[in-house]
Ligand binder design. Structure first.
Ligand code: SF4
Length: 181
């Protein structure tokens, strides 16, 4: 079965991609994160994800556009804390784009590496994924990658592959919250 895996960053994609492969899926990675700030960071995370997919010999596609659109869509929510309602818009935008990409590549399943992060509520991501899957007639695979020690495994694999790991979620607002700037 073909699946398009939305990748938020290379470290989160390590265990997630390998687990899906182990389960027998024909995995293609899709990097799309217009939330990432600053622009150099977006390029850096995309490059690392691309390098990892090349290392493990899986297909990879990416789209680094839509940064202005992301700001527009989250503008009214810029004062919300990380984990608040701004994140719902951010998740939905990325998953919607992933579903559109899956549709165009004739891939019937999609899912996301976002569920591997210990701070992210997987059930919330599943609800958004389900809503979007209905819109496109696709199946959203509700895989909670943090389960069975998934996050720890992703840290080990990231070290093995010498991947860059950021220390903030991604957007300008999360950056400012994290570094108090
Ligand atoms: S904190 Fe993370 S998930 Fe929330 S809006 Fe910012 S980048 Fe998106």
């Amino acid at each position: 079965m073909k699946i398009l895996l939305h990748i938020c960053c290379a470290p989160c994609a390590t265990h997630s991609a390998l687990l899906l492969k182990e389960k027998g899926y024909d995995v293609t990675g899709f990097f799309y994160n217009p939330n990432i700030f600053p622009p150099d960071e977006l390029i850096k995370r995309e490059k690392e994800a691309r390098r990892f997919f090349s290392d493990i010999n899986l297909k990879f596609v990416s789209d680094i556009s839509d940064v202005n659109l992301w700001y527009k869509m989250t503008d009214k929510l810029k004062d919300r804390k990380e984990g608040g309602s701004r994140c719902n818009v951010c998740f939905a935008m990325r998953l919607d784009r992933c579903a559109r990409e899956a549709k165009s590549l004739d891939i019937g399943y999609f899912t996301t590496t976002l569920t591997i992060a210990p701070m992210k509520d997987s059930k919330r991501i599943f609800r958004i994924g389900d809503m979007i899957s209905g819109k496109y007639g696709l199946i959203f695979l509700k895989e909670d990658f943090k389960k069975k020690d998934g996050f720890r495994k992703s840290c080990e694999l990231s070290r093995e592959h010498n991947l860059y790991r950021q220390n903030y979620c991604g957007c300008e607002y999360s950056y400012k919250e994290r570094f108090s700037v």
